[in-house]
Design a protein around this ligand. Structure first.
Ligand code: CTP
Ligand code: MG
Length: 397
């Protein structure tokens, strides 16, 4: 099973007003375009397959600007039509060219969808359900009134649900339902579940989320912005630690934080054995759950033999930045009986600052001996402990 995603973003957002501000899906909430929030949630969902975004032919530039910095290389673009139904159909056609077997069809204008909800839908697929509608039970009492403005009746709300997206289907089934509707020139369906029902599919309800609102009117945009700004008041500060040891063997010097220090021993290891940079690389990777240095640079891989460890740290810093992180500080403690680190400390800090692209006062190197005890004390090895602090921005869904 491969769950493809179709995100429809070709609407003009007439109800939201202020047309000079552009289509609502490209307007900022919490400092980023609506569609960037929506895409981020799907891009970071573990079970996602290929993604198709359906945009208006006039919006190519807006889309490109809105998705700068998103890991969006495997997104396919399609152009939408003048109704949501047509836009979805275009998206389904584009998705059919991929390996997707299932599809989640989502409104770009619903940026508060969450992974738990996507998991519930995927679980329904796992259980053999072919058409899934996320929906929330109606809680308000419902009244029907006429053009006279008077209440005509109270509608029993039991069994009534408000439909949300992503509405999710077996791709071949929803595609042929859309094909059938298009062939019969039926373009009055307001959602995909309605087309599925019409074409005879049975649609199962899974629990939606009250937060998963569709931004429709100006007030929705303002509330969404306020909500995200309030969240932003809780800074996403993360701390990672790393530890490494390399063995000392007879030699001519050691490399620590990229500085070669002449010594009567050397560190053994498959790269340049720079324990300090290895520990720091792990600390950085830890701030975004990106595994450890061995996952990225397997010791069994001969291409890393003798490699300057700078490239490992460079790589970790790049991963952190791609995930929206700003490195706030990096701190390394070296535990070594010899050689003396003090005279080289400033150069080491300069190297760290240059590799990480941060100021010198955010980089720290400390050293201690092990009081002649243990493996460090016996000069059998050098250990390093590192801590990194990274602030992440945006919703890390
Ligand atoms: N949509 C689309 N193609 C259309 C119409 C709508 O892809 N021809 C998309 C919208 O971009 C939105 C989703 O369908 O992400 C839900 O539609 P809606 O909230 O109605 O958005 P708009 O049609 O843009 O807004 P309005 O109806 O107020 O004009
Ligand atoms: Mg619309």
């Amino acid at each position: 099973m491969t769950i493809g995603i179709v995100i429809v973003a070709a609407g003009r957002g007439e109800r939201v007003g202020s047309p000079d501000e552009g289509p609502k899906q490209y307007r900022p909430i919490g400092g980023r375009p609506v569609i960037a929030h929506t895409l981020n949630i799907f891009l970071s969902w573990q079970r996602r397959g290929p993604i198709v975004v359906v945009i208006h032919p006039d919006d190519a530039e807006l889309y490109a600007a809105a998705t700068v910095g998103l890991a969006a290389s495997d997104i396919t673009l399609a152009f939408g039509g003048d109704t949501r139904q047509r836009s979805v159909y275009e998206g389904l056609k584009a998705l059919s060219a991929t390996e997707a077997t299932h599809v989640m069809i989502h409104d770009a204008a619903r940026p508060f969808v969450d992974h738990a909800m996507l998991d519930r839908i995927a679980e329904a697929f796992d259980n053999g359900v072919d058409a899934v509608l996320p929906a929330v039970a109606v809680t308000d009492t419902l009244k029907r009134s006429g053009s006279d403005g008077l209440v005509h009746e109270t509608v029993p709300r039991s069994g009534l649900y408000a439909a949300q997206t992503p509405q999710s289907f077996l791709l071949s089934e929803i595609r042929s339902a859309h094909e059938k509707a298009a062939a019969l020139r039926r373009d009055d369906f307001t959602d995909d579940a309605a087309i599925a029902e019409w074409s005879g599919l049975s649609v199962s309800i899974v629990e939606g989320s009250v937060d998963n609102i569709k931004l429709t009117v100006k007030r929705d945009m303002t509330m969404a912005d306020e909500r995200l700004t309030a969240n932003a008041l809780l800074p996403d500060v993360r701390t990672g630690n790393g530890y490494d040891v390399h063995q000392l063997v007879p030699g001519d010097g050691v490399t620590l934080c990229g500085v070669f220090i002449p010594h009567d021993q050397k560190l053994s290891g498959h790269s340049d054995a720079d324990v300090a940079l290895h520990a720091l690389t792990d600390a950085l990777l830890a701030t975004c759950g990106a595994g450890d240095i061995g996952d990225h640079f397997p010791p069994s891989d001969m291409q890393w033999k003798g490699t300057p460890s700078k490239i490992f740290l460079d790589h970790a810093a790049k991963i952190v930045r791609e995930k929206g992180g700003t490195i706030m500080n990096a701190d390394v403690s070296l535990i070594a009986e010899a050689p003396k680190v003090g005279p080289h400390r400033d150069k080491m800090r300069e190297n760290m600052a240059a590799i990480l692209g941060i100021s010198l006062d955010r980089c720290s190197v400390k050293a201690t001996t092990n009081e002649t005890i243990g493996f460090v004390g016996r000069r059998e090895g050098i250990a390093a402990i590192a801590t990194a602090t990274v602030v992440y921005r945006g919703s890390q869904a």
